[in-house]
Design a protein around this ligand. Sequence first.
Ligand code: MN3
Length: 193
Amino acid sequence: MKYSLPKLPYAYDALEPHIDAKTMEIHHTKHHQAYIDKLNAVLEKYPKLADAGLSDLMRGLEKLDMSPPDRKILQNHGGGYLNHSLFWTIMGPQKEPDKNLISRISQTFGSVAAFTEKFTETATNHFGSGWAWLVDDGTGKLDVYSLPNQDSPYLRGHTPVLGLDVWEHAYYLKYQNRRAEYIKSWWNVLKLL
Ligand code: MN3
């Protein structure tokens, strides 16, 4: 198997009370694992793609020699693998501010507070399952938008910098329908800002 579940860099209960241990455990061991299993299964059918990096496959998805249904599986489950792999690493029980990122955000959005407001609004208003993203557009410029399902910013040629999972599986046990509350609380466990 090519892809495997990355180890969580902290305990399942490390993000309490903002994200509960049960949600973290199910999210990591069940949801993330399921994306990986389906990603590996589809890649097994295309040995020629085995050595390519997943972000490169996403960037060139439309040009890959695959059947349309398999291409969709790669988009969904490759995206699911990449998105969650990033998500675990940008969170943590302790703040570890990234000075370079903070400076870039301040330059682009005016201030970290203005960025936080824009990102929160984007995540809150996203309809249905998906992610809010802070991306580097490839020219060094930062941008904020949301994408549906597990679509990766790499599909647009952008590099994901920060992502917030707003699928219900990310918050439903603790927050039920209160997505806005989950998003507000999430800033406490985003370690980089
Ligand atoms: Mn998820």
